[in-house]
Design a protein around this ligand. Structure first.
Ligand SMILES: C[S@@+](CC[C@H](N)C(=O)[O-])C[C@H]1O[C@@H](n2cnc3c(N)ncnc32)[C@H](O)[C@@H]1O
Length: 181
């Protein structure tokens, strides 16, 4: 393997995303599940091959909440489809789309996952993606953000400026936000 490896945003390197156990994510998801009514949509924006759904599947409390994975690259969605098929998970929808123009209704999402996506976008694209998150997440809903450490403070601030409140997370850029009711 070439070192350092290319960003896993490229489909051919997406398997790298599955190597990290992401231990920090599970407790955050558990805390969100405790407040979930088990029905509101869960959307992973820039979900890639869908590794975050493996974590969601292991957290009790999300009930029959419909799951949707949106990504801008078709090959990523094909990988997500293959993984869902292997795991016999028919409970998720896969959608081709852009984080900056989400095809969801206002206030329709209870939990939005934005893991490793803002760092793929321009500053303007990241601003628009956060504005879209604000539009689609319902009052009282949650956003889980993950970006590399070097841009954590900046992307946390993007959410706060939009109106989100940071309510958890182990460090800047690995954050849980709430949209106030
Ligand atoms: C580093 S990967 C992260 C994948 C997944 N969230 C994870 O953490 O395992 C970034 C993903 O964002 C997607 N992406 C990049 N720009 C996007 C955009 N404008 N809208 C939606 N997805 C995008 C890429 O196709 C890629 O699948």
């Amino acid at each position: 393997m070439r070192w350092p490896p290319p960003p896993p945003g490229r489909p051919e390197w997406s398997w790298l995303l599955g190597l990290r156990p992401r231990r920090w994510l599970r407790p955050i998801l558990r805390s969100v599940a405790r407040g979930s009514d088990g029905t509101a949509w869960i959307a992973s924006v820039g979900g890639g091959p869908g590794f975050e759904f493996d974590h969601l599947d292991r957290v009790a409390g999300f009930g029959t909440a419909p799951r949707i994975l949106l990504d801008a690259q078709r090959p990523m969605l094909e990988r997500a489809a293959r993984r869902a098929e292997r795991g016999r998970r028919a409970d998720r929808r896969l959608l081709l789309g852009d984080a900056a123009t989400l095809p969801f209704r206002d206030g329709s999402v209870g939990l939005l996952l934005s893991l490793g996506v803002l760092c793929c976008l321009t500053d303007d694209g990241a601003d628009r993606a956060v504005a879209e998150a604000w539009r689609v997440v319902r009052p009282g809903g949650r956003v889980v953000l993950a970006v590399p450490r070097w841009r954590g403070a900046e992307d946390d601030q993007r959410h706060v400026l939009q109106g989100f409140v940071r309510i958890g997370g182990p460090r800047a850029g690995r954050s849980l936000f709430s949209k106030p009711s």
